[in-house]
Ligand binder design. Sequence first.
Ligand code: COA
Length: 188
Amino acid sequence: MNSSKKKSILTDKRLFSLVQLNEKISLESFHCQIDEYNNYLFNEAIRSQKDQMALTWLLRERSSEIIVAYMSLISDAIKLSATEKELHQLDYHFKTIPAMKIAKLAVSTAFQQKYKGIGTLMIEMAIQIAESCNEQHFACRFITVDADIEHNETVFNFYEKNGFIPNEEIKGKNRKTISMRRDILFRA
Ligand SMILES: CC(C)(COP(=O)(O)OP(=O)(O)OC[C@H]1O[C@@H](n2cnc3c(N)ncnc32)[C@H](O)[C@@H]1OP(=O)(O)O)[C@@H](O)C(=O)NCCC(=O)NCCS
């Protein structure tokens, strides 16, 4: 489908609801173009959740309850250089800064072809979760991601468009992923 013909979901978020993964929810309808991400959802996500290793959130279409996208969230802490701390106005001597990582994110191919902006909506929802932690439970300054360029060569651009910047320590290294961060308090 031509991307200009895709409907933007950012104009009507009521089409979808976010629910936490549980064993009663049927996952079969989900399919994205990367097998590793399908296999994780079908075979690993429940176990990871029980072991408190990763908590998975499902975006479902309200009318059909079909799974549109999922993300797995974990706590994180990142090291920033003096220059990076200055950029984020973090005048602290701590070596690590509190963060929350999007450990997995995938959008169903069928819905990706139908709507524009589902991946972006998932990031917005991850930020809302981090903000509610800040209000009620614990501090979290950054959302982080290891952009999986091994499976999706250009995915770096998707995160960059969503306000993520690469961490200094990884620049220039030949990796399968690029560690990126987004400041949820100030836009660096
Ligand atoms: C990456 C992914 C989550 C993006 O979801 P999406 O719903 O297509 O993203 P959006 O519609 O919100 O896109 C926002 C912008 O990023 C761009 N974008 C999305 N995916 C991109 C990609 N792989 N490469 C380059 N740009 C991309 C879009 O064109 C759009 O740009 P625009 O605003 O200038 O039009 C989705 O493609 C996916 O699930 N891929 C398979 C799994 C995967 O790679 N997950 C990430 C692992 S770190």
